[in-house]
Design a protein around this ligand. Structure first.
Ligand code: NAG
Ligand code: NAG
Ligand code: NAG
Ligand code: NAG
Length: 304
């Protein structure tokens, strides 16, 4: 499968390990192919879930808190399980709502900014394992947590998409749950392609991340520490909670060797004020990612 990859981002999940694995399968790393909807600028992953197995389409949300799925439309499975208020899994998912004894979790469509409270449940999920170079075969996690939402929440996402898969710094994001379950390092990498029709991938676990012609993309990365924003940027949360999005310390931005004129006083993240300018800084972040973290001008191809 040909893939032109323009940059790759590596994230470390900064949180404590949670419950132990329930399986003897110990993959070294996991691989989730993604493709881009260039019209809507969304990255989509089809993930094998449910019983009988179905390919469920998710829009990827790098800073997303959890995984949510439309449970109203085309939702057929016999392995769905719900969790009661106050249960261990409900607490793990950070529930603050107990409605009719169901574990209410906020699900946020960060594309449309429509949010609702859904019901925490679990499902079986199957993901390809990889040695960093080849896909080896599928491994399954039986009680993967996701939030069940009404259909309207997926409005505005790519046609056919059934939910959003958050990769954020929580214990119930997609990489966090898979890392904890399979006891693999809490690191993930996200390779994006900006060419229509080309694929990218999410790797969960440490490198190598090998693309043809035999290039280990993990050796091409530029490293920068991830910062924790002490103040959550989202409306529905009290200001004292730390953010689950990823932040990097941007001091200035150069494009084609020219410094972009910006108000640098807006950039620092500090314990008092946190980071309060989500819109301007988010635009700056993706500019700086593509400008600074681009590997040498080489076309990488994903080996499958
Ligand atoms: C509470 O749950 C019960 C059983 O699932 C259901 O019959 C009832 O309509 C629910 N009540 C509300 C207010 O949602
Ligand atoms: C949903 O996410 C957006 C940012 O993507 C944020 O502005 C908004 O406050 C969030 N809504 C809730 C209810 O958390
Ligand atoms: C925190 O950052 C803001 C700008 O975002 C600045 O105005 C404020 O003085 C800073 N506070 C400290 C304690 O550094
Ligand atoms: C950065 O992201 C914002 C919102 O996600 C988008 O509007 C903007 O066009 C992006 N900028 C670039 C250069 O990709």
């Amino acid at each position: 499968m040909a893939t032109a990859l323009h940059f790759i981002l590596l994230f470390s999940l900064l949180f404590m390990p949670s419950s132990s694995a329930e399986t003897s399968d110990r993959p070294k790393a996991l691989l989730i192919p993604v493709f881009k909807d260039s019209a809507k600028l969304q990255c989509i992953a089809n993930i094998a879930m449910w019983t009988p197995t179905s390919a469920v389409s998710f829009t990827i949300d790098i800073g997303g808190q959890n995984v949510f799925v439309d449970c109203e439309k085309d939702y057929f499975t016999s392995t769905h399980r719900r969790f009661a208020c106050g249960s261990a899994r409900c607490n793990l998912a950070g529930s603050r709502n107990c409605i009719n004894n169901s574990c209410g979790i906020i699900a946020n469509n960060t594309v449309t900014h429509v949010a609702t409270v859904g019901d925490l449940g679990s499902e079986i999920i199957s993901i390809e394992s990889t040695d960093g170079k080849y896909a080896i075969g599928y491994v399954s996690q039986r009680h993967f947590l996701s939030v069940c939402t009404p259909s309207y929440l997926v409005g505005g996402l790519t046609n056919g998409v059934q939910g959003m898969a958050g990769l954020g710094r929580t214990r119930v994001s997609l990489p966090a749950q898979l890392s904890a379950y399979f006891s693999i390092p809490r690191t993930f990498a996200f390779c994006l392609s900006d060419a229509p029709g080309y694929d990218g991938a999410i790797f969960i676990g440490n490198g190598p991340y090998v693309f043809s012609p035999d290039v280990d993309a993990s050796t091409l990365l530029t490293y920068t520490p991830l910062l924790v924003n002490p103040i959550r940027t989202y409306s529905a949360y009290v200001q004292v909670d730390a953010s689950w999005e990823y932040f990097i310390g941007v001091k200035s931005i150069k494009i084609n060797k020219k410094v972009v004129p910006i108000n640098t006083r807006l950039l620092p993240i500090n314990g008092t004020d946190g980071y309060r300018e989500p819109r301007s800084a988010r635009v700056l972040f993706n500019v700086s990612f593509s400008a600074k973290l681009a590997p040498p001008n080489k076309e990488l191809k994903l080996l499958k």
